[in-house]
Ligand binder design. Structure first.
Ligand code: NAD
Length: 470
């Protein structure tokens, strides 16, 4: 864990193993590289918090614009803040990034990362900025923090930007200079207001000192920043935006379906968003196993069917079944990869605490393995060999291929004692997270375990222990 109490203050003693921090009496000065939508707002707002900010861009028009207290973009309240910053002597601009690095304590990188020709992320602007930052660091002795703010694939900050800076400067990241990833979540149009009331502040850092400096910079607007690893912070930015895009498409598909049905989509979604326990909540948002049970698969199919009847195309909703099947298939592949002749399954129902087997996704895994000649032994505290399955089978007659094919074999696979399953199996699949299985797995020795529910968050994936999504 990072030490959140480590604070930016030149007057505090700095650990001797670290490069000395420049002695200053004021808040850290900041160079902002890239004066576009992100950089211009950062420049203005950070100066309003009392930081000296040097705005840097290769575009002389933007550099001159901000130097004159004018905004290079249309953004509410930005010009007022920039003008104030220039008048107060807190905002200056330059095209010379190397010198700006020498003259400041922290560099925020907000150059563009447009889509590359292959559909990926174009790193060329980061490359150029990193080289100039490295050249600046080479010429200074003080500790300096480089803060990446661009939206980039996980790994680019430490795997691409930091090595260039290290190579050019001859210095070591995390020792001679700090590296952070601080994603930008401000909405264009209300970016200035969002700066002072951010949805969250995420500081990705691999060293306490840099995390402490960033925490101090943002404490005026967020006293509880989320400090995490650089790679997690990089991924969060992408995941957030994909989630927002998913929400937009979902709501629009609801609208397209509601219209021909004569239902007011805004009434529907007004009710939908009031459910903060299941709908707009962390529920269902941790990677785990596939969805299943008697409701979700059935209703997803029903909605897709209504859309088809209405001649409405709903690619997102229609793709849910495909996504779920892909996840189930991945579990089958992982079981196959163990080469086990006998697979033990801990948890059969679609969730713990019920004997409802209808469309439990693990049944599809068991059916696939069974068809390939793999023996399967199963434990579920809520299901015994005597649990009647006929009613459930009839219910899912048109839904679950797995349960149909297993109807005959399933009772013989059931074991009353999970220790029995662990002993008989060459490899195990865990589908329920509970203390019984957590304890039982301690006796699994080095048998491969495919954990579909992250039963023990402290266990790192390794050769004999793995999850689908972690
Ligand atoms: P932008 O295109 O508006 O601005 C980028 C600026 O960087 C330009 O002014 C360009 O001249 C400058 N630049 C490029 N190379 C440079 C270099 N070597 N030295 C100095 N300046 C250089 O981009 P933006 O919209 O501000 O986005 C910047 C980054 O932040 C991108 O990675 C983007 O994905 C991310 N981001 C953007 C937003 C947003 O709302 N626009 C929000 C969050 C994150």
């Amino acid at each position: 864990m990072l030490d959140m109490n480590h604070q930016f203050d030149a007057h505090l003693n700095v650990q001797s193993s670290l490069a000395p921090l420049r002695v200053i009496n004021v808040k850290p000065s900041i160079s902002v590289v890239g004066l576009g939508y992100v950089g211009a707002v950062s420049t203005a707002c950070l100066s309003s918090l009392g930081h000296h900010v040097i705005g840097v861009d290769i575009d002389p028009a933007k550099v001159n614009c901000i130097a004159n207290g004018k905004s290079p973009i249309h953004e509410y309240d930005l010009e007022r803040l920039l003008g104030q910053g220039v008048d107060d002597g807190l905002v200056t601009t330059t095209q010379d990034l190397e010198q700006a690095v020498i003259d400041t304590d922290v560099t925020f990188v907000s150059v563009g990362t447009p889509t590359a020709a292959d559909g990926g992320c174009d790193h060329s602007y980061i490359d150029a900025a990193a080289r100039a930052i490295g050249a600046g660091l080479k010429r200074k002795n003080d500790f300096h923090v480089v803060v990446m703010r661009c939206s980039i694939p996980p790994g680019v900050t430490m795997g691409f930007m930091a090595p260039i800076i290290e190579e050019v400067s001859g210095k070591k990241a995390g020792v001679d200079f700090g590296v952070c990833f601080n994603p930008e979540f401000l909405r264009e149009g209300v970016a200035v207001a969002d700066f002072y009331a951010p949805p969250k502040t995420v500081i990705g850092a691999n060293d306490d000192r840099s995390a402490g400096i960033m925490t101090r910079i943002f404490e005026a607007v967020d006293k509880k920043p989320i400090v995490t690893s650089i790679e997690t912070a990089e991924m969060v930015k992408y995941v957030d935006n994909v989630w927002h895009a998913t929400k937009v498409c979902f709501a629009n598909e609801v609208g397209r379906l509601c219209k021909p049905l004569g239902v007011d989509s805004h009434d529907v979604m007004d009710v939908f968003v009031q459910d903060t326990k299941l709908n707009l909540s962390p529920y269902y948002l941790k990677p785990g196993f596939a969805f299943g049970g008697s409701c979700l698969p059935k209703e997803v199919r029903a909605v897709a069917h209504i859309a088809k009847q209405q001649g409405v195309s709903l690619p997102l909703i229609e793709s849910l079944g495909v996504s779920n099947a892909t996840h189930i298939e991945r579990a089958v592949e992982m079981a196959r990869e163990t080469g086990a002749k006998t697979i033990g399954v801990l948890g059969l129902a679609f969730k713990p605490g019920t004997d409802d087997l209808r469309e439990s996704p693990i049944l599809e895994v068991i059916a696939a393995l069974n068809a390939e000649g793999v023996n399967v032994v199963i434990h579920d505290p809520a299901i015994t060999p005597e649990t009647p399955l006929e009613g459930q089978l009839a219910y899912v007659r048109h839904g679950s291929a797995g349960l149909q094919s297993l109807a005959h074999d399933l009772p013989a696979m059931m074991r009353a004692d999970c220790a029995d399953v662990i002993e008989k199996a060459d490899a195990l699949i865990v589908t329920h997270s509970n203390d019984l299985y957590r304890t039982a797995l301690e006796n699994a020795g080095d048998k491969p375990v495919i954990d579909l529910v992250r039963i023990n968050a402290n266990l790192d994936p390794q050769q004999n222990y793995n999850g689908i999504g972690w």
